[in-house]
Design a protein around this ligand. Structure first.
Ligand code: ATP
Length: 220
């Protein structure tokens, strides 16, 4: 039976800063999986983990600038309004209430998926949403835990998401994009012009607000 509920993609991350690895992945997933929209959800970051001088509002503003040309992408500000660590299980439960007519698909890179069973209440996430796992250079291998999770849950093709359900996992064949925010944060203080991995609107914002000028990056 085909679902009558539209699919809503939720793409969580720190987006510190947003880069083309995020943006192109979100666009590819939206199109390939026929999601009504992908909502990019920057997480709350405790002060000791935040990049010095870069506020949550600024991370969100950079996301907004990056997605402005794409009506199929939107900012989800839910976790930014909170003053506690972000837990995807809690956020997805809130989003489920906010969007009762939608079926949720939580998007994450392979690096994040390989850690998934260490997340807070990860089983609850699978009761609330499907997972769409995207390939990422240097993280092509599934961990043993991830492989075990895929048994009985793995979807074979993007169209299978259109069936009603949750807790299913699609490992997507997407273009590989070798960029990370931590690599960008390390390089930004040295750069004089916009690197290929940043939308120019985000680069201009970074310059205007003098962000990432220090070589000190956020600690895990
Ligand atoms: P950092 O280097 O600081 O860890 P990041 O580049 O991984 O940052 P995040 O905001 O932590 O960015 O990532 C949010 C989500 O985007 C995660 O699920 C991550 O796996 C995914 N992601 C980030 N970069 C890429 C990329 N180049 N290709 C595919 N997925 C990516």
């Amino acid at each position: 039976m085909n679902t009558t509920n539209p699919l809503l993609g939720i793409f969580g991350g720190t987006f510190d800063p947003i880069h083309y690895g995020h943006l192109r992945t979100a666009l590819h997933v939206q199109q390939t999986c026929q999601l009504e929209q992908v909502r990019l959800m920057p997480c709350h970051l405790p002060a000791h983990r935040a990049s010095p001088g870069v506020s949550a509002v600024q991370r969100a503003e950079m996301v907004q600038l990056a997605i402005a040309p794409y009506p199929q992408l939107a900012l989800e500000p839910l976790e930014l309004r909170q003053h506690r660590p972000s837990y995807s299980a809690i956020s997805l439960a809130q989003l489920k209430q906010q969007y009762p007519k939608h079926q949720l698909a939580f998007i994450l890179g392979m690096d994040a998926f390989n850690q998934f069973t260490r997340w807070h209440r990860w089983q609850q996430i699978l009761q609330l949403a499907d997972l769409i796992v995207c390939q990422r250079p240097d993280y092509e291998q599934l961990s043993a835990e991830s492989q075990a999770l895929l048994v009985k849950r793995q979807l074979q093709q993007p169209q299978d998401l259109q069936q009603r359900g949750q807790g299913r996992i699609l490992v997507l064949e997407n273009p590989l994009l070798a960029v990370s925010a931590s690599q960008l944060r390390a390089e930004l203080p040295k750069l004089a012009s916009c690197p290929e991995w940043l939308p120019s609107a985000v680069w201009n914002y970074i310059r205007q607000h003098e962000l990432y000028t220090s070589r000190v990056t956020s600690q895990p």
